[in-house]
Design a protein around this ligand. Structure first.
Ligand SMILES: [Zn+2]
Length: 226
């Protein structure tokens, strides 16, 4: 099975985009590109763009379009992106979307298929702020839905559970507000282009996955490959 197209997963943090992006990436053997991962990787490796991004990310702010698009363009020039890829949480702003279109056109990709994950903000807040991760094995828990047997301790290996700085309530609220302010206009932009599809982000993983498969199949019948 081949994807041969660009997918964009749009939606606030915690809407389930990352989980679904991983599944689709596996199914089609294409890269799953999250700007979060690209940024953390750049920060970890101490690249020029990473050094610029670090203090901004620590404040919970969004990094500049120049930094993000620089990283995106670098990533898309790698050979594994040629058969399609999935953007998870990118673009975030209208100018990013417009500049991404320019990059994609230049590289010969057709219009991306955009999927919006719609979720109620209260559900989101619980999902994200309840998330704790094992510092040893990386297992994730949700204190509201899948709590560990002993608070703060991993069931599996006894590791200490930590909350990512990004998942603290004050940071999450700020990111949700930033999403509303900056990303909402993208809906309209992609809807006008006729490439916007919507899934219910509060549905179960299997249901969302099935809905996505249908959307991809339908798009295939409509537009063919790239
Ligand atoms: Zn663990």
């Amino acid at each position: 099975m081949s994807l041969n197209r660009v997918l964009i997963f749009l939606g606030p943090p915690g809407a389930g985009k990352g989980t679904q992006a991983k599944l689709v990436a596996q199914r089609f053997q294409v890269p799953h590109l999250s700007t979060g991962d690209m940024l953390r990787d750049a920060v970890g490796r101490g690249t020029e763009l990473g050094r610029q991004a670090k203090p901004i990310m620590e404040r919970g702010d969004l990094v500049s379009d120049d930094i993000v698009l620089g990283m995106v363009e670098e990533r898309l020039s790698q050979p594994d992106a040629a058969r399609g890829f999935i953007f998870d949480g990118f673009p975030r702003t209208l100018p990013q979307a417009e500049r991404l279109d320019t990059i994609l056109n230049r590289r010969g990709f057709a219009n991306p298929l955009v999927i919006e994950f719609r979720v109620n903000p209260d559900v989101l807040l619980r999902r994200v702020t309840g998330r704790w991760t094992c510092s040893v094995g990386g297992e994730t828990y949700n204190v509201f839905e899948r709590a560990p047997k002993v608070p703060g301790v991993c069931d599996h290996d006894g590791g200490k559970l930590v909350q990512r700085a990004d998942d603290r309530p004050e940071v999450v609220k700020e990111r949700l507000a930033a999403f509303e302010r900056q990303t909402r206009p993208l809906e309209e932009y992609y809807r006008k282009k006729g490439t916007l599809e919507v899934v219910d982000g509060t549905a179960g993983i299997q249901d969302v996955s099935r809905a996505l498969a249908e959307i991809i199949k339908r798009a295939e019948g409509r537009d063919g490959h790239l």
